[in-house]
Write a protein that binds this ligand. Structure first.
Ligand SMILES: *[C@@H]1O[C@H](CO)[C@@H](O)[C@H](O)[C@H]1NC(C)=O
Ligand SMILES: *[C@@H]1O[C@H](CO)[C@@H](O)[C@H](O)[C@H]1NC(C)=O
Ligand SMILES: *[C@@H]1O[C@H](CO)[C@@H](O)[C@H](O)[C@H]1NC(C)=O
Length: 448
């Protein structure tokens, strides 16, 4: 389809995202190429290309959701969970990946309630210390230090901790010291607090945590939290949460460290390419790694520990796996967006965000955070890639479509080339997000 369009100047910064071709930001980092769980316990089921084509390099697991006789340490049933975690770790290392080991799953929080013993009850840590000793021994015996990270306790405030907050803080310091003081494992990076809610001044899990690690000398190597909350919550946006975190960390006197968003995408609205690309754009802008949340369960956790966190599917184990639109968007991000990254900004209403590279073409990946409407996309400083300051420009559009996680998408849908007239060294064109394309992410390409 070829059409020449001239847009009336109706855009305001509120609904326009911008790509600045004059500001180079170095090589692509694939910060969004991470998943939690999603790997089968039995090795070599998912073909390599499903990992490598999307550049997966961050992973996180610990045998969650396994039923008896594999409910975790607290039931005296550590072995099956350990075997699952070890197998996942070995898979991850095939791809040179980094692996966050989830201690709370090995301990067995998903099969524990208030009535049971929890680490540190009545000031008695002896059983928890034995648990840590066993994990340390297993790590050493299996030579699994390369790429390993220890995630101390996931989402205590969401429900994976059924005791007072102060007891969790004790656990944090204790676990930190156990690993950091171990003569063989003292170099393993430590991650936490992995709270389900992003930092906010009103949240005592955050304020007390920061105060505690500052005083206790146990700031993790990566501070972690999740962006899996409601879209209506402005804190659930990396653009806001990073600034809040820095303010809070400084106020508490805690040291600066790396940040890791070890779950992104909520269950209700965000399982689709539009939201994936919106998050991806922010993770790239702020140079912050993120891991795709995983909302599957299934008998014995069999769907949680499969399907690469809802990126691929097969109806039954006899069939080959197939990719969905999310996977195809990540594949474009990894394999097509070559060259160097350039600066971008999202729309002021925080609904449209973009990631862009300059290589053989200018390529922009665009995602609207799951809302209908029309947004604008400005690509400025066109002369930086050798284009004239005014004239006509053809823009090729690809759509990464989506229905449900199981829906096959073999390749993005070709929406043709539209030619726009432009001047002032920049072009602005519309992003239409309606109806069947509510969940679609877009790639826009300009020949250079
Ligand atoms: C840090 O916390 C641990 C565990 O509660 C405790 O044993 C240690 O004494 C504390 N260290 C400091 C410096 O506060
Ligand atoms: C759960 O999965 C594990 C590992 O895949 C397997 O060993 C175990 O038998 C399964 N348990 C049930 C109840 O299916
Ligand atoms: C992405 O790159 C691959 C490999 O070079 C190519 O086959 C494919 O057509 C490209 N996709 C798009 C949408 O340009």
């Amino acid at each position: 389809m070829i059409a020449v369009a001239r847009l009336s100047p109706r855009w305001t910064p509120d609904n326009v995202a911008v790509v600045d071709l004059a500001v180079a930001r170095g090589p692509p980092q694939y910060h969004a190429s991470g998943i939690i769980y999603g790997i089968l316990d039995a090795a070599n089921q998912i073909p390599d290309s499903f990992y490598t084509d999307i550049g997966l390099h961050w992973f996180r697991a610990g045998g969650a959701q396994m039923d008896a006789p594999n409910r975790g340490w607290v039931w005296g049933e550590l072995d099956g969970r350990w075997a699952s975690a070890l197998s996942n770790y070995l898979t991850v290392r095939k791809y040179d990946g980094k692996f966050q080991l989830l201690l709370h799953n090995l301990w067995g929080t998903d099969h524990a309630d208030e009535s049971m013993d929890w680490p540190g009850d009545d000031g008695d840590w002896s059983d928890y210390d034995k648990f840590l000793d066993r994990i340390v021994e297993n790590i050493i015996q299996n030579e699994m230090t390369a790429g390993l990270h220890i995630d101390i306790w996931n989402e205590p405030e969401w429900g994976f901790w059924k005791r007072p907050q102060s007891q969790w803080l004790d656990l944090f310091g204790r676990t930190y010291h156990r690993f950091r003081n171990d003569p063989q494992l003292n170099n393993i990076p430590i991650i936490g607090p992995s709270l389900s809610l992003p930092p906010s001044e009103e949240n005592t899990w955050w304020t007390n945590f920061l105060r505690y690690v500052a005083a206790n000398g146990t700031a993790p190597d990566h501070y972690s939290w999740h962006h899996i909350e409601s879209l209506e919550n402005p804190a659930n946006d990396l653009q806001n949460s990073l600034a809040t975190f820095d303010r809070m960390r400084n106020a508490a006197g805690a040291p600066a460290r790396k940040i890791n968003i070890n779950e992104y995408l909520n269950l209700g609205d965000e399982l689709n390419p539009a939201a994936t690309v919106w998050h991806l754009s922010r993770l790239e802008r702020y140079d912050t790694p993120g891991l795709r949340a995983n909302w599957r369960g299934g008998p014995n956790g069999s769907h949680l520990r499969d399907f690469l966190a809802s990126l691929i599917w097969r109806d039954d184990p006899q069939l080959p796996y197939h990719p969905n639109g999310d996977w195809q968007a990540l594949k474009y991000y990894k394999t097509n967006m070559t060259g160097h990254r350039v600066a971008t900004s999202g729309s002021n209403d925080r609904k449209l965000d973009v990631y862009a590279t300059v290589g053989d073409k200018v390529r922009v990946l665009a995602g609207v955070r799951v809302r209908e409407g029309t947004w604008g996309l400005t690509v400025k400083n066109l002369d930086a890639v050798g284009l004239p300051a005014s004239g006509q420009i053809g823009i090729q559009t690809w759509g990464f479509t989506y229905v449900i996680p199981e829906t096959l998408l073999l390749r993005p849908s070709d929406r043709g080339v539209i030619t726009y007239s432009y001047d002032n060294n920049e072009v602005t064109f519309p992003v239409h997000q309606y109806g069947e394309d509510l969940k679609t992410a877009w790639a826009f390409e300009i020949q250079v």
